[in-house]
Design a protein around this ligand. Structure first.
Ligand code: GRF
Length: 193
């Protein structure tokens, strides 16, 4: 798993594995930031952690090192959870249909940073969360799972983000189970099981 911060989605995946909802192992947690809270969650769970600082490194070189670390551990799936970096086409090509990301909106609405705030300020009445494959585009790969969240009249951007996060925490483990379970194919952009 690749993270940059809090790691609550990482935690939800560890919890899902712990209580048998997800048959998987988290092999390694890699963060580009040494102070990512998620690293502590991984250590507590006895999972290998790596800090790979991106500062002062060219993207291609950094991504090649990242791919090498993941290949060396023979990971089946690369899961991004709050990993605040755009991955290069070479990295994406190294793990075809094997990189997932979670995004806090109903894509293709509100890609990029602060999707919850973007949705709130736009005034949409329904937003949500999306787990999707990562391709070269920004938050634009094929969708594996989505779930809607209604915006309530008394919501603030913060309360909305908190409700979306609850959804994220059940959506991501379920989407990983879908992908690892096999028996699916992509028809164009459509994830079909
Ligand atoms: C989540 O909202 C996720 O959708 C977005 O970044 C946030 C990461 O949160 N990509 P956490 O680090 O998993 O708590």
């Amino acid at each position: 798993m690749l993270i940059s911060g809090r790691g609550s989605n990482l935690q939800s995946i560890l919890d899902a594995i712990g209580d048998g909802r997800l048959a998987a192992d988290v092999v390694v947690v890699i963060s580009n930031r040494a102070d990512a809270q998620g690293l502590e969650r991984a250590r507590r769970a006895g999972i290998e952690t790596l800090v790979m600082d991106h500062r002062g490194r060219a993207r291609e070189e950094y991504d090649a090192a990242l791919a090498e670390a993941l290949h060396a551990r023979r990971v089946d799936l690369v899961c991004l959870a709050g990993f605040m970096r755009v991955l290069s086409p070479a990295f994406v090509a190294a793990f075809p249909q094997r990189i997932l990301n979670i995004h806090p909106s109903l894509l293709p609405s509100f890609p990029g940073v602060d999707a919850q705030g973007q949705a709130f300020r736009h005034g949409v009445q329904v937003t949500g969360a999306t787990v999707h494959f990562v391709d070269e585009s920004l938050d634009g790969g094929p969708i594996v799972r989505q779930e809607a969240v209604r915006v309530e009249p008394d919501d603030t951007a913060a309360s909305l983000a908190a409700r979306i996060l609850e959804v994220e925490h059940r959506l991501y483990p379920a989407a990983i189970a879908d992908v690892l379970g096999g028996g699916w194919r992509l028809e164009g952009r459509r994830f079909v099981r």
